[in-house]
Design a protein around this ligand. Structure first.
Ligand code: GRG
Length: 292
């Protein structure tokens, strides 16, 4: 995981340091992009590409996956910057550092987010991919990040703050807010390996991503309720402060853990038929056991 994470940081630095980018917004984008995220999404994209590509195509597929995963990481980073703004979650700590708006001001943070979202598509446009792969990647990224995906989930989440919601409603919000980008990560890996349409392999990857996405959210809620701010690099107890219904309020700590384990096993069993699934199995365990 560390090696892929380092490669993503190198690509992020290269793309976001382009001299054409205005210095202030460039510095603000780089600040958050290199603040030390876990790089789960690009790792997922690369691991899927590696698993699905034919041996003679592997190198090319992994290279493509690194570019696509980097573009997704830009979108993810933008969402965290905007999520921390006073008009949203109002968080002053992210990835162990002051949130972007604490350093660059609210306007600087809004622009850094806007810039990262746009640079993501510029990265796809400039990647070593076929035209068909680029079109597929643009489709996947925009579908997952927009109003029918992450932005839609964030909107629903804000609307429901302070209101009691059911487990079903919470599942719906999280599948948009968190799950959409994780499924996108897997599908970008399929695209990098040349799989541009649905088939049995792609469906298995989606099932895997859907299950780790749900487990990821359960663990996220657990960490907010019981985790350590220093290890997490962000404030804890934020959900309770914002009177949010979470999986911890609905299932309790033990219930959350049991459900996260069940989902992790379901994820692993979806990719078991593949020969080369070790990286994805490792990721599923890591997400369950993570402390940050
Ligand atoms: C503002 C459009 C917009 C969307 C925000 C991502 C998001 C939607 C909100 C963040 C709030 C949150 C804690 C969501 C739970 C899942 C999540 C995305 C956690 C952070 O992802 P990690 O753990 O972060 O992968 P790192 O820093 O490791 O990259």
């Amino acid at each position: 995981m560390n090696e892929i994470s380092a490669q993503v940081s190198v690509l992020l630095t290269a793309r976001l340091s382009r001299p054409e980018i205005q210095p202030t917004v460039r510095e603000s984008m780089l600040y958050s992009a290199l603040a030390g995220g876990k790089r789960i999404r690009p790792f997922l994209t690369v691991a899927v590409a590696e698993m699905l590509a034919a041996p003679e195509e592997k190198e090319k597929a992994v290279d493509a996956a690194l570019s696509l995963g980097t573009s997704l990481e830009m979108i993810h980073t933008y969402s965290l910057i905007h999520d921390d703004l006073p008009c949203m979650d109002n968080d002053d700590l992210r990835r162990g550092k002051p949130s972007n708006h604490k350093v660059y001001g609210e306007a600087g943070a809004v622009l850094a987010g806007d810039g990262l979202l746009t640079e993501a598509f510029f990265t796809v446009a400039n990647a070593s991919l076929s035209d068909a792969q680029k079109v597929r990647a643009v489709w996947l990224l925009s579908a997952a990040a927009g109003g029918a995906g992450m932005v839609g989930g964030q909107s629903l989440d804000l609307e429901n703050e302070g209101k009691p919601i059911t487990a079903r409603e919470l599942d719906g919000i999280n599948s948009l807010k968190t799950g959409a980008l994780l499924i996108c990560a897997g599908l970008l890996g399929c695209a990098a390996a040349g799989k541009l349409t649905d088939d049995e392999d792609v469906r298995r990857v989606v099932t895997y991503c859907d299950n780790i996405g749900r487990s990821f959210q359960l663990v996220d809620d657990l960490l907010d309720a019981t985790g350590d701010a220093a290890a997490l690099g962000k404030n804890v107890g934020v959900d309770a402060q914002n009177e949010k219904t979470t999986y911890v309020t609905l299932l309790g700590v033990d219930g959350c853990l049991a459900e996260a384990k069940r989902l992790t096993e379901a994820a692993i069993s979806a990719i078991e038929p593949f020969e080369n699934s070790a990286l994805l199995t490792e990721l599923a365990h890591y997400l369950l056991e993570r402390r940050s």
